[in-house]
Design a protein around this ligand. Structure first.
Ligand code: NAP
Length: 643
C-alpha cells in the first residue's frame, strides 16, 4: 500500500512516570526456573524436547543499553500477589494464538526467560497453515520472504521447495521452527480463551479458558496479554436457509477436513471467488466429476507463476538473504516487488504495456506491487490497467460470455486484495466446469441434495464454502475482552476501530497486539509485518522490566492521532470504495454489510510504519503511560513520581 501522510507528532504529553532502580527485583515466582509450567497440559499434546533456552534457566547477566540487570526480571509480581491468587494459575505473559505471530512471540519471550505460555484454540500450532487445508492452499508471498528472518541457522538449513510453497510444506516449516527452538513446551492446545478481563486493582488480566480436552473451564491470570489471533481466523458462512439439511459433505475452506476428501468423479459446488475460491477452483477443476462455481462478484486475478526452487537456486537465495530482507524492508508491501517509480502518465502507453506484459508473466504480486503507484490512487490509471487485465482474461477464456462474467465491473484491479491464480481462467474452458452468476440468479437455500437458486435446483455430493472471514476484528470479538472499568472491546470497536499503532488500545492496559487492526501487518507481507510487531511489543516489555514499570497504557490522545492518521490515508486510496475485507465488508456478518467503512489496515507502507513505531520507542514510548503498580512498587525499588 502506498498512501502517504504524515504521522502527526503529539503537541503535548502529560504522563505519570514512576522511575525505579534497575535490576533489583527478585525472582518471586514459586516455580523453579526451567521447570514446566504447573498448568501445562499433560497427555496427548505434543511435547517437544525440553529445550528451554539456557537463558531462561540461568541467572546470568545481560547488558542492555549499558545497564546490567538480571534476566527474568518480568517474572516478578508485587508483594502478596501470589497469595491473593491461590486459586488461579499465573504467568507473566499469556500469548493467545499459536500461528505465525504467536510462534515468533513465544520465541522472543522464551529467549528472555520471561514466564509465558501460549494458549491455542486449535489442536496444534500453525494458525492459518494448520486450518486451511483446502486443495490449492499456498503462499502468495515468495516462500523465502515468508519465512522467519530471525535465525541465520534456520535460514541456512531450510530448503523451500517451491517459489510459492503449499500448505503442507508451510505447516512442516512452522513445526520445524517450533521443534528446533523448543517452543512447544510453552504451548497449550485446545484451549479457547472465552474471556479476558483486566483487574485494575491487581493490574493483571484474568482469563477464562475453555479446555477442549476436558470440557472444563479454568482460569489463568497474567500481567501482560499478547493477542496474536490472526487476521483471518474466523470463517464466515452464508446466511443461507437449509444448510444443515444438506446430506452430502460440506465445509468452509478454513475447516477443510484433515483426512483426504475423495473428490474424483464427485459433483462439487464452490461458493465464493475470493483468493481462496480461486485457488481451490484452479486446483480441483481437473480432479472432480463436475464443478459448479457460484460467483456473486468476480475478482481481479493474475497468474501466480509458481515453480520449483532447485538446490542451486536455494543456495543462491541463502547467499542473498540479507539483500532479500533488506529489499522487503524497503518496499511498501514488505515484498521484493519494488513499485515502478516512474509516473504513470509520464511514460508512453507502449512503455506501460511493456511493463505490464513483463509483470503478468512474472511471479507473485509483481503485477500489483511492482506496478505504477497511481493504480492505487488514480481512477484513470487504474481503469486503463484494469482494461489491460480484462483483455488478458478474454484471451484466456474461450467462451466470450463466460469471460465477460469473470471480469469485475464494480471495482478496479488491485483495490481489493488481489488473488493470484494457477490455471483458474483455463478451468472455465473445461466441459466439466460451470459458472453460475448468482448476482443474476441468487442462491435461495441449501437443500438435502444441493443448492437452490432463484432459477433452479442443483444436485451435489460436496459443497465448498469459500466465503471468507470476519476479518481482522472477528477473532477479537469472539473473546469477551474487558478493560478498565469493565469496558468491552467489542463495544468500543462496534462503530469505529481505534488503536495506537495497531498494537495498543486506550483503556486496555498491558494488552498488546503485534499484528492488530491498523498495524503494519495486515497490508504487508504478513511475516515481515509480524516480526516488526512482535519485536516492538517485546522491546516494550524489556524496557518496562529495565525501568521497573509494570503497567503500560496508550493515551486516548495518542490513540486518536493514530486512528485519524489511518483513517486519513484511506481517503487517498481507491480501495476505500471497494466491498472488501480491507474496508471491513462482509455480507455474512450483521453490521459489516456494505455501507460502513471500517478503517482496519494501515496504508502507509512498511518503511513508514517501522519508522513511526521505532520513533515512538526511541522517545521512551511516547503516547504510552508507563507506571508501576499502585501501592505495590517492585521490591527493592525507590519509586520517584514525575508528573
Ligand atoms: P474473500 O476474499 O472475502 O472472498 C469471499 C468470497 O465469497 C467472495 O467471492 C464473496 O462474494 C463470496 N461470498 C461471501 N459470502 C457469500 C454469500 N453469502 N453468497 C455468495 N457468495 C458469498 O475470502 P477468501 O477468498 O477466503 O480470502 C480472504 C483473504 O484470505 C484473502 O484476501 C487473502 O488475504 C487471504 N488468503 C490468502 C491466500 C494466500 O496467501 N495465498 C489464499 C487465500 C486467502 P462477494 O465478493 O460478492 O462478497
Amino acid at each position: 500500500m502506498l498512501a502517504d501522510d504524515r504521522w502527526a507528532e503529539p503537541a503535548n504529553r502529560v504522563e505519570m512516570v514512576i522511575k525505579t532502580e534497575e535490576a533489583r527485583v527478585p525472582d518471586c515466582t514459586s516455580r523453579a526456573r526451567g521447570q514446566r509450567p504447573m498448568d501445562h497440559p499433560a497427555g496427548p499434546q505434543v511435547g517437544g524436547p525440553s529445550r528451554r533456552p539456557k537463558s531462561a534457566a540461568s541467572t546470568g547477566q545481560i547488558r542492555i543499553a549499558g545497564l546490567t540487570r538480571r534476566r527474568g526480571i518480568l517474572r516478578c509480581a508485587p508483594f502478596g500477589f501470589r497469595a491473593r491468587l491461590h486459586d488461579m494459575k499465573h504467568h507473566e505473559v499469556i500469548v493467545v494464538g499459536a500461528g505465525v505471530a504467536g510462534i515468533y512471540q513465544i520465541k522472543r519471550l522464551a529467549d528472555l526467560g520471561i514466564d509465558a505460555t501460549v494458549l491455542e484454540a486449535g489442536g496444534d500450532l500453525g494458525g492459518t497453515w494448520q486450518w486451511n487445508r483446502y486443495p490449492g492452499a499456498r503462499f502468495d508471498s515468495e516462500s523465502y520472504t515468508y519465512g522467519y528472518s530471525f535465525s541465520r541457522e534456520l535460514l541456512d538449513e531450510w530448503h523451500w521447495k517451491e517459489r510459492f510453497s503449499g500448505q503442507p510444506e508451510n505447516l512442516r516449516y512452522l513445526n520445524h521452527v517450533a521443534d528446533k527452538f523448543g517452543l512447544r513446551q510453552y504451548m497449550q492446545f485446545n484451549c479457547r480463551v472465552d474471556s479476558a478481563h483486566y483487574d485494575e486493582a491487581q493490574n493483571l488480566w484474568r482469563l477464562r479458558i475453555d479446555d477442549g480436552r476436558t470440557g472444563d473451564q479454568r482460569e489463568l491470570s497474567c500481567r501482560f496479554l499478547i493477542l496474536t489471533l490472526g487476521l483471518l481466523s474466523i470463517p464466515t458462512l452464508p446466511r443461507l436457509a437449509g444448510m444443515e439439511s444438506f446430506k452430502g459433505q460440506s465445509f468452509h475452506t478454513f475447516d477443510w477436513p484433515h483426512e483426504p476428501v475423495e473428490m474424483a468423479g464427485k459433483r462439487v459446488a464452490v461458493i465464493g471467488t475470493g483468493a481462496t475460491g480461486i485457488q481451490v477452483i484452479g486446483e480441483i477443476a481437473d480432479k472432480v466429476g463436475e464443478l459448479t462455481v457460484f460467483q456473486r462478484r468476480p475478482n481481479w486475478s493474475a497468474p501466480l507463476n509458481n515453480g520449483p526452487i532447485s538446490d542451486a537456486e536455494m543456495a543462491d537465495i541463502r547467499r542473498r538473504y540479507d539483500e532479500i530482507f533488506a529489499s522487503c524492508a524497503r518496499t511498501p508491501g514488505g515484498f521484493e516487488h519494488e513499485p515502478d517509480r516512474r509516473g504513470f502518465f509520464e511514460v508512453t502507453r507502449e512503455e506501460r504495456l511493456a511493463l505490464w506484459d513483463k509483470l503478468y508473466d512474472g511471479p507473485g504480486f509483481g503485477i500489483w506491487l511492482a506496478n505504477f503507484k497511481e493504480i492505487f490512487t488514480d481512477e484513470k490509471a487504474n481503469s486503463e490497467f484494469s482494461e489491460y487485465i480484462a483483455d488478458r482474461i478474454r484471451r484466456r477464456v474461450k467462451d466470450p460470455k463466460v469471460a465477460e462474467k469473470l471480469i469485475p465491473r464494480d471495482h478496479g484491479f488491485g483495490v481489493q486484495r488481489v488473488p493470484l491464480e494457477t490455471r483458474y481462467f483455463e478451468a472455465y474452458n473445461r466441459p466439466n466446469v460451470h459458472l453460475v452468476d448468482i448476482s443474476e440468479t441468487p442462491l435461495v437455500s441449501a437443500t438435502e441434495t444441493g443448492l437452490r437458486t432463484s432459477e433452479r435446483d442443483y444436485e451435489f455430493d460436496i459443497i465448498v464454502y469459500a466465503t471468507g472471514f470476519d476479518a481482522i476484528t472477528g477473532a477479537f470479538d469472539k473473546i469477551d475482552i474487558q478493560g478498565v472499568g469493565g469496558e468491552k472491546l467489542a463495544d468500543k470497536w462496534r462503530t469505529t476501530i481505534s488503536t495506537f499503532l495497531g498494537m495498543m488500545i486506550h483503556g486496555f492496559p498491558n494488552m498488546l497486539m503485534p499484528s492488530g487492526p491498523q498495524s503494519g501487518s495486515a497490508s504487508t507481507n504478513y511475516p515481515r509485518g509480524i516480526e516488526t510487531g512482535v519485536n516492538w511489543c517485546t522491546d516494550l516489555l524489556e524496557y518496562m522490566a529495565a525501568k521497573g514499570y509494570t503497567r503500560a497504557e496508550a493515551t486516548a490522545g495518542a490513540e486518536k492521532r493514530w486512528t485519524d492518521h489511518v483513517t486519513n490515508m484511506y481517503a487517498m486510496m481507491l480501495m476505500r470504495k471497494a466491498k472488501s475485507w480491507f474496508t471491513g465488508y462482509n455480507s455474512n456478518v450483521a453490521g459489516h454489510e456494505q455501507g460502513t467503512i471500517r478503517y482496519l489496515v494501515y496504508n502507509g507502507g512498511a518503511p513508514k510504519y517501522v519508522n513511526t513505531i521505532n520513533a515512538v520507542a526511541a522517545k521512551g514510548y511516547e503516547g504510552v503511560v508507563l507506571s508501576a503498580d499502585r501501592g505495590a512498587p517492585p521490591s527493592g525499588s525507590q519509586p520517584t513520581v514525575v508528573v
